[in-house]
Design a protein around this ligand. Structure first.
Ligand code: 5AD
Ligand code: SF4
Length: 452
């Protein structure tokens, strides 16, 4: 059949594998959106995909290794498909692409295209060029504004959605690659964010999480031409009808402004959950990390926010085994954890990232010491998470129903505190509704409830 003008492009299958943070989850969806007009339909089955995109993460060593081992598997898959006359396009996107583009192309010739996080709007053009095997194979721009302006309206999947409002980071914590892979700090204009939020709500979204590497440093231009704070933006979004819940991640203690803290006490749609990475409880290590705050300052922020919103669930990130960390420094971390009481937390062994200041520091900590500290820290954090979940038993909580549960007749959703909640309902029509349920049991990772 001859190709006619205006004819739909042939159906092609697109598989996207996402590594790392929520920014990547958001970006993966946007890549699917931008490729849809080219005839790419998302598939869950990698083996049948005509295009595979690895949306990579560079934050810790293991994340990078995973990408290379996946590329090894993809080389075999591509060769097998080629035997059957099928072509497979392999794209590496995300932060590894940004940081190690040249190296990937040298190490993994199976890769057709390498594209950094600020160039996703160019994907259709880059893919066409790569197909002609003579064009740009590496796109690592740093122009976040161009990216957002050129991406199509996002398609919502389900009743919760991410919305990227801020990208990049100028903080330069000495352990972190983000300022190098995601570039300088950039905030989107308020109007563009509101338009995206409205579109998501029209598609059935009830809860939006605003995303940014430093989301509370948001300073986008408002409709009045002035820079708006995250608190102003959240207050404005809260006015959207049928948008019932707002969250934001990830924050930096130094940007935890009074207006944002106050909003937690005033705005019912703002969920009582705060992810506020502290990394360590030792002032010595905080200084070496270039965090520019002390343990006391972090505790003071938590105090203030609990005064504004007593039931707030606090979560954080920790790094153990940063260069030069002594036993006493680690004890200080445990002390901060006990003083705070976390509802959940992520903790990592320090991972040396080439090009960052900490990678060059003397006194790197031996692996076995890092292991022991991580285990000790995680034991305390696990106890706190368990205690927090147990403390919900007997309470009636509003749950946003997201999907059918694991077992027939069950529904699954989230509490205001981000806990996964399972309950019997036999009501598939509840998806997208906020229903009161009474918590009757709790485990480390979820709550069980009865319809109230
Ligand atoms: N090693 C270990 N953990 C790291 N993180 C960032 N960089 C590193 C590193 N080099 C952790 C921090 C950050 C989270 C997203 O990842 O805790 O908050
Ligand atoms: Fe990395 Fe620090 Fe920026 Fe967070 S604030 S992204 S840890 S440099």
């Amino acid at each position: 059949m001859a190709a006619e003008k205006g004819q739909k492009p042939a159906l092609k299958r697109l598989y996207v594998e996402t590594y790392g943070c929520q920014m990547n989850v958001y970006d993966s969806e946007r890549m699917k959106d931008v490729l849809a007009p080219l005839g790419y339909t998302p598939t869950e089955d990698q083996s049948s995909a005509d295009m595979v995109i690895l949306n990579t993460c560079h934050i810790r060593e293991k994340a990078t290794e995973k990408v290379y081992s996946e590329l090894g598997r993809l080389r075999e898959r591509k060769a097998e498909r080629a035997k059957e006359g099928m072509d497979t396009t392999i794209v590496v996107a995300g932060c590894v692409a940004q940081a190690e583009g040249e190296e990937i192309m040298a190490r993994a010739p199976v890769v057709d295209l390498v594209v950094g996080p600020q160039a996703y709007h160019k994907l259709p053009e880059l893919i066409a060029k790569a197909a002609r095997a003579k064009g740009e194979r590496l796109a690592a721009d740093f122009d976040a504004e161009a990216k957002f302006d050129s991406l199509p309206e996002p398609k919502a999947e389900g009743v919760t959605a991410f919305l990227s409002v801020q990208e990049g980071c100028d903080k330069f914590c000495t352990f972190c690659v983000v300022p190098y892979t995601r570039g300088a700090e950039f905030s989107r204009p308020v109007d563009a964010i509101v338009a995206e939020a409205r579109s998501l709500v029209r598609q059935g979204v009830r809860e939006i999480t605003l995303l940014g590497q430093n989301v509370n440093a948001f300073h986008g231009t408002g409709p009045d031409g002035k820079d708006w704070s995250l608190a102003q933006l959240l207050g404005h979004l809260a006015k959207i009808d049928r948008l019932d819940r707002l969250r934001y991640a990830t924050s930096h203690p130094n940007e935890m402004t009074d207006d944002l803290i106050a909003l937690h006490g005033e705005e019912e749609k703002l969920m009582p959950y705060l992810h506020l990475p502290v990394q360590t409880g030792s002032d010595r290590v905080l200084k070496a990390m270039n965090r520019k705050h002390t343990a006391e300052r972090f505790l003071a922020i938590i105090d203030k926010i609990r005064k504004a919103r007593p039931d707030i669930a606090v979560s954080s990130d920790f790094i153990v085994g940063f260069p030069g960390e002594r036993d006493q420094d680690f004890e200080d971390t445990l002390k901060l954890v006990r003083a705070t009481g976390f509802a959940s937390a992520f903790s990592f062994k320090y991972s040396r990232r080439p090009g960052t200041p900490a990678a060059e520091m003397m006194a790197q900590i031996p692996e076995d010491v890092k292991d022991a500290r991580l285990q000790a820290l995680q034991a305390v954090l696990r106890d706190q998470q368990n205690a927090f979940n147990q403390s919900q038993i007997g309470r009636t909580l509003p749950v946003l129903v997201e999907r059918p549960g694991r077992r027939p007749g069950q529904s699954q959703g989230r509490s205001p505190y981000m806990q996964a909640v399972h309950f019997e309902s036999h009501r598939p029509d509840l998806i997208g509704e906020i229903v009161p349920v009474t918590i009757c049991a709790a485990s480390l990772n979820s709550l069980t409830a009865e319809a109230a």
